[in-house]
Design a protein around this ligand. Structure first.
Ligand SMILES: [Zn+2]
Length: 320
């Protein structure tokens, strides 16, 4: 059998980007399984959600957004610390860059390693990487909840930490007036999950329960199509949960039986592939996902930092 190319290093096909208007002044950009983005209009300002991997990539999204509004970006909200979501931040000229306190801590602790790791895994997303001025530093942080008044009759935007999940510090952006949720990577809609920095047990239980309890009628996940209507929203949340629970079961069985990481990987691949194998980044993510949940089962509380070197070791052991 031929060796699989490392992560998404061989994925060079450009994805089509689509801007969708979800409600008056609420925008989302989807890109066939590449990271999604959002923007919410206030009376005289914009809130942008997520920043892509480089300023050059982010400018292409901003050009699309500027066909709808020329308001200045007051807040750039980062759902979590991953490089492909944050390193394009300088393109927004935002007054304030917002994240959870936890995310700011993670950028300080492992932002540089994550940048190098993600660049190696998904080079296509790093359009003109030399345009990145350095790590992105949030200038406003909060622990649990931050409410932004949008002005006029636009209502409010609620930024909230709902528990550990895809990372230690993910936040969502919730617009109660329109029942629209930007869920970041806590929910994927018809895209595979990356769980290499995750807390699988918290995520599958309390965190997703709290996401669901918001009662969104439109949900923009981290990747994949926008879920429209309660049924699609619940389906996206439950797909995310099913992926996590399947991993817990298959890796758990091998771990309890004293098997190897490689056996756990193969059992998980077999269990997930029929349903999720064709979805974006499935093969790319799975070795890193299984390594992390294996670590959790070994009692390693916080995710081990991914470096370009560790990426290759795990890949060669499991997908090689
Ligand atoms: Zn992520």
């Amino acid at each position: 059998m031929a060796t699989k190319p490392f992560a998404s290093s061989a994925d060079l096909g450009v994805k089509e980007q689509t801007l969708e208007v979800l409600a008056d002044g609420v925008y989302a950009l989807t890109a066939e399984g590449d990271p999604n983005l959002g923007a919410i209009e206030g009376e005289d300002f914009l809130v942008c959600f997520e920043a892509l991997a480089t300023p050059v990539a982010a400018r292409r999204w901003l050009a699309k957004l500027r066909e709808h509004t020329d308001k200045p970006v007051r807040y750039l909200v980062l759902s979590h610390y991953h490089a492909v979501r944050v390193l394009g931040a300088s393109a927004f000229d935002a007054e304030v860059i917002v994240s959870s306190e936890q995310t700011k801590g993670l950028i300080a602790e492992r932002g540089q390693q994550d940048w190098e790791s993600e660049y190696g895994r998904m080079p296509r997303l790093f359009e003109e990487p030399e345009s990145i001025p350095g790590l992105t530093w949030p200038t406003m942080t909060f622990r649990d909840k931050l409410t932004i008044e949008l002005g006029g009759d636009r209502g409010e935007l609620v930024l909230e930490f709902l528990g550990r999940g895809h990372t230690e510090g993910d936040i969502v952006a919730w617009i109660p007036k329109h029942e629209i949720l930007f869920a970041g990577d806590l929910v994927e809609s018809q895209a595979a999950l990356y769980t290499g920095d995750a807390f699988h047990f918290d995520w599958a239980a309390g965190t997703l329960d709290r996401v669901k309890a918001l009662g969104a009628r439109q949900l923009v996940g981290g990747r994949g199509a926008i879920a429209r209507g309660r049924d699609q929203v619940d389906a996206a949340i439950e797909q995310t949960r099913d992926f996590l629970l399947t991993m817990q079961r298959t890796v758990g069985d091998v771990h309890r039986a004293g098997g190897t990481l490689k056996q756990a990987f193969e059992a998980t691949h077999t269990a997930l592939a029929p349903k999720y194998g064709k979805w974006p980044i499935f093969e790319h993510c799975l070795p890193f996902d299984v390594q992390r949940i294996w670590d959790e089962m070994d009692g390693i509380e916080r995710p081990v930092i991914w470096t370009a070197e560790r990426d290759r070791q795990v890949w060669d052991e499991l997908q090689g």
